[in-house]
Write a protein that binds this ligand. Structure first.
Ligand code: ADP
Ligand code: ADP
Length: 228
């Protein structure tokens, strides 16, 4: 678990108008923050800067008290879940979930990998499917595998980029409940980008509203969405 502090963060692609403009936000240990805003307002860019896939033009990014602007993604210990799952088609569910642990060479014994993968599979109700290939899973199950891969890393924070937008409405509802349950159980700091107002209203401790790269408002879902 970790705090994430954005201090006057700016991102410019080329000479144009900044994609992210002077964003400051303190995310508490274990907090679940939702990032909303119209298409093109800078949500993905902000998430990608936090995880380290995009350089920060200006400002300071601090994770767990350490400035990480110049740290490679692998040194930030964050777990990102994408909307397209990014699963490996030739690997079983077990190996897809185990993948981040296999990459960290020499660090994890086979017993440790087995234990962590089974724990994640239990949490996500994937126990029965560990030997299957992604092609033989439903969309919801694939999304769970992607979440399993995030869980086994025992990362300091989860970053979700519209993880449910490819699922149908019924499944979205189910997965929403599961993500909420998983986050509460693990207590892991979470930043979650979505277009979906129901997700924003039900999942987050706080909702941050981005508009044209600027943070317009940060409020509890209740303050933001309920009539006064
Ligand atoms: P959102 O996730 O809210 O839809 P993005 O972060 O994807 O917004 O984009 C924010 C702005 O930055 C947009 O104007 C977009 O066109 C621009 N942008 C995003 N990625 C790049 C890139 N790689 N190169 C240039 N401009 C980009
Ligand atoms: P590793 O560092 O585990 O060997 P890769 O070489 O696949 O992983 O990727 C380099 C780094 O990019 C990873 O260490 C990790 O920090 C980051 N990364 C890769 N995939 C993800 C992901 N899904 N979520 C967060 N970070 C990731």
């Amino acid at each position: 678990m970790a705090t994430i502090t954005l201090d006057h963060i700016v991102k410019k692609y080329g000479d144009g108008f900044p994609a992210v403009n002077d964003v400051s936000l303190d995310i508490k240990d274990g907090e679940f923050v939702i990032l909303v805003g119209p298409s093109g307002c800078g949500k993905s860019t902000l998430l990608r800067m936090i995880v380290g896939l995009e350089d920060i033009t200006d400002g300071d990014l601090t994770i767990g008290g350490t400035r990480v602007n110049d740290k490679a993604p692998r040194d930030r210990n964050l777990a990102m879940v994408f909307q397209n799952y990014a699963l490996y088609p030739h690997l079983s569910v077990f190996e897809n979930i185990a993948f981040p642990l296999r990459l960290a060479k020499g660090k994890h014994s086979d017993e440790e990998v087995e234990r962590r993968v089974r724990e994640a599979a239990d949490l996500l109700e994937l126990r029965e499917h560990l030997e299957r290939k992604p092609a033989n899973l439903s969309g919801g199950q694939r999304q769970r595998v992607a979440m399993g891969r995030a869980i086994v890393r025992q990362a300091d924070a989860f970053l979700f980029d519209e993880p449910l937008s490819n699922l149908d409405a019924k499944l979205r509802g189910q997965m929403r409940t599961e993500i909420a349950r998983m986050q509460r159980r693990l207590g892991t700091t979470t930043v979650y980008v979505t277009h979906d107002q129901t997700e924003a209203m039900t999942l987050g401790d706080r909702v941050a509203v981005l508009r044209k790269g600027e943070l317009q408002q940060v409020a509890s879902p209740r303050e933001l969405y309920e009539e006064p």
